[in-house]
Design a protein around this ligand. Structure first.
Ligand SMILES: Nc1ncnc2c1ncn2[C@@H]1O[C@H](COP(=O)(O)OP(=O)(O)OP(=O)(O)O)[C@@H](O)[C@H]1O
Length: 275
């Protein structure tokens, strides 16, 4: 079954800049796909459209998630609330309500499924709390359940956001630059967690990444964007530094980690220049 279907999606912001230009792709259930591109290429805009947080141009195409319509030609579909209940979104930051405990933040994943009065009063059953604790255990931070969210490190906050998506029962996770402000060790933990949920539970993951090395390590498929268009959609392993240079020119350096950049500079210098 197709998990995410994007057809002829276009978005023009007010000053006339086209952030998305007739984007088409499909992602099957159970895939883990990287979305890469230099800054400003349209990755976040695309994620916001798929999650129904932003509307496309009028006659700007169509998006379906798990065969449920999210939006058509700039109008959110009537079933978008139900469709959203199956989509977990993890942002780069501002994922959690700082003044609430980690456990309560994770329980927020249930808000779409319980009566409004219970959500408003913050009344959750023991069974629901058990589910949330299990999810926190899954991402390795159950010992932090009672802490205020503001006290967590960046990587722990991302893992709490993933636990919220697990508790929500999300079948699709959209993660928008979940590791871009993290040190390498924390970034690996977050990516390991996403990979675990993808492999063990079959959850479809679309993750935007700034650097291609994480795409190579974790995602069999990469969609690469440039100036609002898809310039590559295929196996991540084909994204060698040389191929990235063909796709992006000088901007490709932004997508490579510093070690790979150094290698490239050395190998591309004339012999006599490498004294
Ligand atoms: N709310 C907005 N109003 C006007 N222009 C916007 C808005 N949001 C994004 N844009 C523009 O749309 C284009 C795509 O932006 P977007 O944030 O999607 O890129 P990105 O690939 O996610 O970049 P980054 O990696 O830096 O987050 C950019 O030119 C940006 O300036």
């Amino acid at each position: 079954m197709v998990a995410i279907k994007v057809s002829s999606l276009s978005k023009t912001f007010q000053k006339g800049s086209k952030a998305l230009n007739s984007i088409d792709f499909e992602i099957d259930e159970g895939e883990m796909v990287a979305l890469i591109g230099a800054s400003g290429s349209g990755k976040s805009t695309l994620i916001r459209h798929i999650s129904g947080l932003m509307k496309s141009d009028v006659s700007g195409g169509e998006i379906e998630v798990l065969s449920q319509s999210i939006q058509i030609n700039g109008k959110l579909s009537t079933g978008v609330r139900k469709a959203r209940s199956e989509i977990g979104v993890v942002f780069q930051q501002f994922n959690l309500v700082n003044r609430l405990s980690v456990l309560t933040n994770v329980l927020i994943g249930l808000l779409g499924q319980i009566p409004t009065w219970r959500g408003t009063l913050g009344y959750f059953t023991q069974e629901e709390k058990g589910l949330a604790m299990q999810a926190l255990g899954r991402v390795g931070i159950d010992h932090l359940h009672g802490q205020r969210s503001s006290t967590l490190s960046g990587g722990q906050q991302q893992r709490a956001a993933i636990a919220r998506a697990i508790t929500q029962g999300a079948k699709v996770i959209l993660a928008d630059e979940p590791i871009s402000s993290l040190d390498p060790a924390s970034a690996r933990k977050v990516m390991d967690t996403l990979q675990d949920i993808n492999k063990e539970d079959g959850v479809t993951v679309l993750v935007t990444l700034h650097q291609v090395d994480y795409a190579l390590k974790y995602c069999p498929r990469t969609i690469a964007m440039r100036e609002g268009e898809i310039v590559y959609d295929g196996p991540s392993e084909r994204l060698t530094p040389q191929f990235l240079e063909q796709l992006y020119g000088d901007a490709s350096l932004e997508l490579l980690d510093s070690e790979t950049q150094d290698d490239l500079v050395v190998t591309s210098l004339p012999e006599q220049a490498v004294a």
